[in-house]
Design a protein around this ligand. Structure first.
Ligand code: CP
Ligand code: NVA
Length: 311
């Protein structure tokens, strides 16, 4: 094992409120520069290895574009192309890649793979989604809430599957101290141990976390409404069964109508219209999902520059 001092970004659990906000503020500052046509080389000559064991549109494009805009270079490494996919041990892959690159982003299945990789990596490792967490998405989500004026005492309602996105919302709420209401169908609740950790953190931050099985109750009066696909990557075989079990969990106009009048709708995308969200809501005036998607680029530039500065 190597380099116990390297700072990784595996879950928001490892970050303080101040650090999370600092990363997002840095992303916002870099976004302002970018919009003014100024691309500053914060990471000249640095390489970001991007290991993908699952599909991606936003994560790949935002990280690859982001590191390029920072003056560095991104390497797209699908597990079909590198020996990891043929059984080369994670710990060997980690030592090799981190001896040549300056930062690594990984999208994979088991969170334990990411933990193992990071424990052998000499350079910062970023979670680009695991079965358990998707923390970079939450940086973009909160950035979007700030930009739309929804970061002052928000009440966030998450309706749908208890998954990597829900777990990340739990950690964000627990760290920042806001109210999060989660409604999942029975049998699709969040992971019990992650919930317990979030509840413990919430005691310090003053967050209110409510979990239940009634989507309407969760959404009533919420200032931010969010959902995610009912069948995540790796659960394709369960799709039909999930569509049946998740009946009543669609975020449609009637559901949005229960939220606060100026509530915004967030979705990490990709979205399945007619399942977790209606076309009308996704394309409607309360939806900020494409601002949210774009903010992946800006928030992650903030994250990369922040992590680079810690070294
Ligand atoms: N939201 C998100 O991570 O999208 P991709 O799967 O397209 O990367
Ligand atoms: N929960 C989804 C998020 C996709 C960005 C998945 O893991 O497939």
């Amino acid at each position: 094992m190597t380099e116990g001092t390297v700072r990784h970004f595996l879950t928001l659990k490892d970050y303080t409120k101040e650090e999370i906000l600092e990363i997002i503020e840095l992303g916002l500052a870099i976004k302002r520069e970018c919009k003014a046509g100024e691309l500053k080389p914060y990471m000249p000559g640095k390489t970001l290895a991007m290991i993908f064991e699952k599909s991606s549109t936003r994560t790949r494009v935002s990280f690859e574009t982001g590191i390029f805009q920072l003056g560095g270079h991104g390497l797209f490494l699908s597990n079909r192309d590198i020996h990891l996919g043929r059984g080369e041990p994670v710990k060997d892959t980690a030592r090799v890649i981190s001896s040549m690159c300056d930062m690594v982003m990984i999208r994979t299945f088991a969170h334990s793979m990411l933990e193992e990789f990071s424990s052998y990596s000499k350079v910062p490792v970023i979670n680009g989604l695991t079965d358990s967490y998707h923390p970079v998405q939450l940086l973009a989500d909160y950035m979007t809430m700030i930009e739309h004026g929804h970061d002052n005492d928000p009440v966030v309602a998450y309706v749908g599957d208890g998954n990597n996105m829900t777990h990340s919302w739990l950690m964000l709420a627990a760290k920042l101290g806001f109210e999060l209401r989660i409604a999942t169908p029975k049998g699709y609740e969040v992971d019990g141990s992650i919930l317990e950790e979030a509840m413990a953190l919430a005691v310090d931050s003053g967050a209110t976390i409510i979990v239940g099985n009634d989507p309407k109750e969760a959404v009533r009066g919420a200032t931010v409404v969010t959902t995610d696909t009912w069948a995540s990557m790796g659960q394709e075989d369960e799709k039909e069964e999930r569509i049946r079990k998740f009946e009543g969990y669609i975020v449609d106009s009637a559901m949005m109508g229960l939220a606060a009048e100026n509530a915004i709708f967030l979705h990490c995308l990709p979205a399945y219209r007619g399942q977790e969200v209606s076309e009308e809501v996704l394309e409607g005036p309360q939806s900020v999902v494409f601002d949210e998607a774009e903010n992946r680029l800006h928030a992650q530039k903030g994250l990369m520059v922040w992590l680079d500065k810690q070294r």
